[in-house]
Design a protein around this ligand. Structure first.
Ligand SMILES: Cc1ncc(COP(=O)(O)O)c(C=O)c1O
Length: 381
């Protein structure tokens, strides 16, 4: 064993430190928004959206977007039960009701049929999270949204680099949100982005993002409504510009790490990794292994084994409806069952081949030591 293997850490080169130093030295006064404006323009163009607004977090981007839709008390917002708590927090802050639905066994993303079953006259939005870089079934979800007259929103916090056909994750719904938290493929430390191609919606979010002061407002220090202050700093945006310049390389390395795990772990029967449906590209933010129920391998055994090997592997998101503040939705069978037999694997850019081998061999040893041998598995795997 040769030292701890962390879960994630960003790839920071001389380019990022040079841009950050430039912003710190020169990005004030008349230049105080230069990197922000540039990051928004270049990020929107990379994603294929007409407009982008940089924020202090992905959560803030989602909060402002939902507020711009006028979502509030009495409204329902549908989202997957398998999610990070950040996706539901803004719904709760706005006083609306989250409606948790199940995910698909293959993609771990929201099940369109379950969405359809939960639509009501009070449904005001469908939030689609592309979990761990896996893509949700966008054709079905967008068609459903159109038929129901309900906007589809993409939480693409984990899906930079993922593509559905020729569209990038985040560019297909009314708006998409991204996170640039230090664990993400592209980071600014903390930070996020809202993207949209709807000009009216953009203006609405822009006003909200500036404490409710509309563009062109000539009266100084005058707010037309109560808005938000979820802005990204120029120094963070400078780091973002450098990361975006390297985005192809950053995504390619994440994909390479996932591919290496896939090859090394294929010796194990009954292990499922992030899917890449035909016609899609998985940005591979978080390589995740899910064991078939017949293997008998549990999250707890995986956590114990990785902790003993000094490897920082993490649990699959608990279903949000299992949190104390929500009503239990155990009937979301996949969302409740998958986390108990799954684990997220380390995947930072600078991981060596040796690190990947060590993680894979640890996982294989845990599975062989703790797992059941079931003849049905070799047939189903
Ligand atoms: C699915 C999902 N949604 C939203 C967020 C929120 O992003 P942030 O941490 O930048 O607020 C995250 C970030 O971890 C996430 O993974």
């Amino acid at each position: 064993m040769t030292g701890r293997i962390p879960y994630t850490k960003p790839s920071i080169t001389e380019l990022e430190t040079r841009y950050a130093a430039d912003a710190a030295a020169n990005g004030w006064g008349a230049a105080c928004y230069d990197y922000i404006v540039r990051f928004e323009r270049e990020f929107g163009s990379y994603i294929g959206s007409d407009f982008a607004i940089a924020t202090s977090s992905g959560t803030g981007a989602l909060h402002m977007g939902l507020a711009a839709l006028g979502i509030g008390p009495g409204d329902e917002v549908i989202l997957a039960d398998s999610n990070w708590v950040a996706t539901v927090a803004p719904i709760v802050h706005l006083g609306a009701t989250p409606v948790f639905v199940d995910v698909l066994d293959e993609t771990w993303c929201i099940d369109p049929a379950a969405v359809e079953r939960h639509l009501t006259p009070r449904t005001r939005a469908i939030i689609v999270t592309h979990l761990y870089g896996n893509l949700a079934e966008m054709d079905a979800l967008l068609a459903l949204g159109r038929r129901a007259g309900v906007p589809v929103i993409e939480d693409a916090a984990e899906a930079i680099g993922s593509m559905w056909g020729d569209r990038r994750a985040g560019s297909m719904g009314l708006f998409g949100t991204f996170s640039f938290h230090g664990t993400k493929t592209l980071t600014t430390g903390e930070g996020g982005m809202l993207v949209t191609s709807d000009p009216d919606f953009y203006e609405c979010v822009l006003t909200l993002s500036n404490h409710g002061r509309a563009r062109g407002q000539t009266k100084q220090f005058w707010a037309d409504e109560i808005g938000f202050k979820y802005k990204m700093s120029n120094i963070q945006a400078a780091i973002g510009c450098a990361q975006l310049q390297r985005i192809e390389e950053l995504v390619a390395r994440k994909r390479e790490i996932l591919a290496c795990y896939r090859i090394r772990l294929c010796v194990l029967p009954g292990v499922q990794m992030n899917c890449e449906l035909e016609g899609t590209v998985n940005g591979a933010w978080m390589p995740t292994a899910v064991f078939h129920p017949l293997t008998g391998i549990t999250r707890e055994a995986l956590q114990r084994g990785f902790a003993a090997a000094d490897i920082d592997a993490r649990v699959f998101f608990h279903p949000l409806s299992s949190l104390a503040m929500f009503e239990d939705r155990r009937d979301n069978v996949n969302a409740w069952d998958i986390p108990g037999r799954a684990i997220n694997l380390p995947s930072y850019h600078d991981m060596s081949e040796d690190d990947i081998r060590r993680v894979s061999e640890t996982l294989i040893a845990i599975a062989r030591g703790e797992g059941r041998r079931d003849a049905r598995l070799s047939r189903s795997a």
